[in-house]
Ligand binder design. Structure first.
Ligand code: M6R
Length: 623
């Protein structure tokens, strides 16, 4: 939800800010803008639409200045327009802010500020932050200034603190002021902020993608923390001004990992990267010689895991689908009762956390607010928590008791692909780890380890079918309703296949357990309806064949994902995508790949912007 970049250093801020915005465009893309403090005054340039529109405007400006803030927006309050685009200035035009999050009490604050004489020029909640800071900044009587800070930078810092105390809701912000050309302030509650610490320069951003070009050293701001950055250094504290000792961490990503590398879209790059990312995810964790699974991140809680009485999983979207695969895995392999929750629902019921419950949260970004809220709720109710997260240093990764990183590298495409296979791989390893310590034989575990080791190469062979899949996508791309059906481990994959098609092709698609079709959805089946079956060789194969017969008898068009060498499937299916054979429990790692490609090709054929689908955003940090 929105991307923030801010710069303070020796170089011209404008190109650094614009480049940073482009790196963060996947977080929001309905408008953008920059504000830079120049030699004489604040320069503000904003534009509705994509960042390319902003760039065009900037070619006509000559913006000098080494301190600035920038923003790319995903609209919450107020339509996407130039007036609503960030940065927002206070009513005197001296203070500029960028904001990610939602200010819940903004109407009350706005009214109060209007009564005090402030004027507003946008419909956003964010503009109140600029005016609230401005109010305290100009009303010096309220400022509690430490010795020696009676100068603009000190006023701005104190005013920002006072303003933040009044805000209800979530924010990641960056603040600059024309009177204090050597200070940049940033703070967060609920929305991520990373401070990149370079050589004589600082880059603040919503995530490291906008920072790594400049430095690999970063400070991840904690919730309710603030950093005051000057040209010589920075200080971190809580918003209430209690000093916080910040820890500089090494950013793990390399710049190449967030480049397109010759692909047209990040989604395609990330689908095709999966053999490599799965290898990285499994690497060092499967000990083939000893026949063991090693998961460093859970060492501290391994006893509790093995003795656990129940597992709860909370996640959203694709990560929730991975969690559903996890439910089958934990129950089947480890014999552990498991529930999976939509994270957004978890804290709004009365979740029962019994003794011995392990709460697993699954999240690519590690910042999804619903998942974070579920995690906090579960911990408060006494659960031990474990994060399955991709983004290193993210809030969820830091707030869980233990965690296993995916190690699949940054995922930029809004449609999650390599993160899903990484999440399923991690959950599989975790289930096997627990299973071995509870009852699984060494021989059985070794069979899983060997089969897991073959998965990356097997994904590679599936990817060679991309052209065939594109032709099928072409044939059906104008059909507006699709069904995706699977049983057992393939039910969550059916849900994931449907979600992928929906979010980037804008085709209505529904995923169902194959047998549920008879209880209603079968009424929809006509020759117009493509039905995708995940019909691999597994314990439920015969039953799935029965469901296919039912669809065929009603004239439905069948696209099947089947096991290589299956001749029988041709009696039912109009089109077949093959996957190499593997153990039932590992099949989701393979069967999802043709469905990712199907959705990708359908979206491209329909002419959509695959990496920036309508109304969506990569990291959902508002409820
Ligand atoms: O970052 P997270 O994994 O927590 O994100 C959860 C969902 O928002 C995400 O998986 C979403 O459903 C994707 N756009 C699906 O492709």
């Amino acid at each position: 939800m929105c991307g923030i970049v801010a710069y303070l250093g020796q170089k011209r801020a404008e190109p650094i800010l614009v480049e940073g915005l482009k790196r963060l465009e996947y977080r929001g893309y309905d408008s953008s803008g920059i504000a830079v403090i120049g030699p004489e005054k604040m320069r503000l340039v904003r534009s509705a639409g994509r960042i390319s529109n902003l760039e065009e405007l900037l070619t006509e400006e000559n913006i000098i200045g080494t301190l600035g803030v920038a923003h790319t927006r995903w609209a919450t309050h107020g339509k996407p327009s130039t007036e609503n685009a960030h940065p927002h200035l206070d009513h005197t035009g001296r203070i500029a802010i960028v904001h990610n999050g939602i200010i819940e009490n903004y109407t009350t604050l706005k009214q109060w500020l209007i009564e005090k004489g402030c004027s507003f020029s946008s419909e956003t909640d964010s503009e109140v932050i600029a005016n609230l800071i401005s109010f305290f900044y100009h009303d010096r009587a309220n400022l509690d200034l430490p010795e020696g800070r009676d100068e603009p930078a000190g006023h701005l810092t104190a005013a920002t603190r006072l303003a933040l105390r009044e805000l209800a809701g979530t924010y990641g912000i960056a603040v600059i002021c024309q009177d204090a050309p050597d200070v940049l302030i940033t703070a967060r509650r609920g929305s991520p902020i990373v401070l990149g610490v370079g050589d004589g320069e600082f880059v603040v951003a919503s995530d490291v993608a906008a920072i790594i070009k400049h430095t690999s050293q970063a400070v991840y701001l904690g919730d309710n923390e603030m950093a005051v950055i000057s040209r010589d250094g920075y200080q971190t504290s809580t918003i209430d001004n209690v000093p916080v000792a910040s820890r500089i961490e090494q950013i793990e990503y390399l710049l190449e990992e967030i480049e397109l590398a010759g692909f047209d879209h990040y989604m395609a790059k990330e689908i095709f990267e999966q053999p490599k990312t799965l290898k990285a995810c499994l690497s060092g964790r499967l000990d083939t010689n000893e026949g063991r699974i090693q998961l460093g991140g859970i060492a501290d809680i391994s006893r509790e895991l093995v003795r656990a009485r129940r597992i709860n999983i909370a996640a959203c979207g694709t990560a929730w689908h991975a969690g559903l695969v996890g439910e089958y895995l934990f129950e089947e392999l480890a014999g552990l009762p498991t529930d999976v929750d939509y994270a957004s629902e978890f804290r709004y019921r009365n979740p029962i956390i019994e003794e011995g419950t392990i709460q697993i949260v699954v999240s690519q970004s590690g910042e999804t607010i619903d998942t974070l809220a579920a995690l906090r709720e579960a911990r408060q109710r006494g659960a031990l928590s474990l994060g399955v997260v991709n983004s290193v240093g993210s809030t969820i990764a830091r707030e869980t008791d233990a965690g296993i990183y995916l190690h699949v590298g940054p995922e930029i495409g809004v449609a999650s692909t390599k993160a899903f296979t990484g999440q399923v791989a991690v959950l599989t390893m975790l289930a096997l780890y627990i299973a071995r310590r509870r009852h699984m034989s060494q021989q059985r575990l070794s069979e899983y380890i060997n089969a897991l080791n073959r998965i990356p190469d097997q994904v590679d062979t599936i990817l060679t079918q991309s052209d065939t899949i594109r032709q099928v996508a072409q044939e059906y791309s104008q059909r507006e309703n699709w069904l995706f059906l699977g049983r057992g481990y393939q039910f969550p994959v059916a849900l994931e296949g449907a979600l992928k098609l929906k979010e980037i092709s804008y085709i209505h698609a529904e995923g169902l357990p194959a047998a549920e079709m008879k209880h209603g959805p079968i009424a929809l089946i006509t020759p117009e309806m493509p039905v995708v079956f995940i019909a691999t060789h597994c314990s439920q194969y015969e039953k799935v064949m029965g469901n296919m017969e039912e669809v065929k008898a009603r004239g439905g068009r069948i696209i099947a994902v089947a096991t290589e060498g299956d001749e029988r499937i041709n009696n039912y299916a109009d089109h077949v995508f093959s996957i190499p054979d593997t153990l039932d429990e590992l099949q989701p790692l393979l069967t999802v790949v043709p469905l990712q490609l199907l959705a990708y090709h359908a979206a491209v054929i329909r002419g959509h912007d695959v990496d920036k689908p309508r109304n969506l955003d990569k990291s959902v940090t508002v409820e």
